[in-house]
Design a protein around this ligand. Sequence first.
Ligand code: FAD
Length: 294
Amino acid sequence: MKPAPFVYHAPTSLEKAVQLLDELEGDVKITAGGQSLLPMMNLRIARPDHLVDLRFLDSLSGVKLTDTHLVVGATTTHRTIETSPVVRRVAPLLSEMASNIGHIPIRERGTIGGSVSLADPTAEFPLASVMLDAEMTLSSVRGTRTVKADQFFHSALQTELAEDEILTSLAFPLADRHSGSAFMEFSRRKGDFCIVGVAALVSVRDGRFDTARIGLCGVSDRPFLSKVAEQLSGEPANEATMTRIADAISAEIEPMTDGRAEIADRRDIARALIKRTLPLAHERAFVAAQGGSQ
Ligand SMILES: Cc1cc2nc3c(=O)[nH]c(=O)nc-3n(C[C@H](O)[C@H](O)[C@H](O)COP(=O)(O)OP(=O)(O)OC[C@H]3O[C@@H](n4cnc5c(N)ncnc54)[C@H](O)[C@@H]3O)c2cc1C
């Protein structure tokens, strides 16, 4: 199918883009990679009157390292994030999660800003942004504001973004160099949105967990950060601890069913994924603590 008629706008500056969002009347939609919105338009689930394309705003694309943060422009593609040596070095969890999104042609076009703005509860980047404490920058004619990732996601497909706002960048605080991370997901076919995904980020000291964060996608209406995982701090980093925490987190989550997997199946998948993800993150943290890299 083809989309319903719309007026296409290709601003070349952020000022012009926010001005368009302020002035245009009717249903005005932003597009970046078009990998979610354009299929919805083709199916006529979305029928915007105006489409504001962000792809020509050079200032919104690319990866920058500051003393304290990794700053990723909103129109940076999944593939750039997956393959960037800088991202791999300072935020390996982000590049590992990027590599699990769809297929390469989707990753070549889809953008991190589009993914977090869409806020699909099974998507990788919303979970990555919460796991890594990202700070989102939002711009409109009214000015610029920043929102922490844990405040950004309201529910499935609902975010803090107002209709006239553009997400311009995500700033990730640089992680402890001695931490290790891992991400694994379960999907019916490679490249599908996952049913459940698990991310783990830990640091170890003297054979014990020092810090630990475990997050899941596909088990809630937004990225889920486990409170139970905080109990890992100070616990011996062995198989018994990791099995106990996997059982506890699978009881902590309150998954929904969406026709793809039943609630009990999601708990089982979450438990199985935690049992694999956590030891891998631990192993990587151990290597990092010895002076190696993940
Ligand atoms: C076959 C297939 C498989 C896929 N598999 C996965 C998967 O496994 N995991 C996954 O996470 N995604 C998957 N996707 C979705 C893909 O990652 C999309 O690229 C992503 O969800 C949206 O990014 P986009 O840049 O294409 O955004 P668009 O489609 O252009 O826009 C998506 C939404 O975000 C809004 N938006 C975009 N950019 C901004 C911005 N900067 N500020 C404010 N609002 C903005 C748009 O208005 C729109 O509502 C898949 C897509 C396909 C077609």
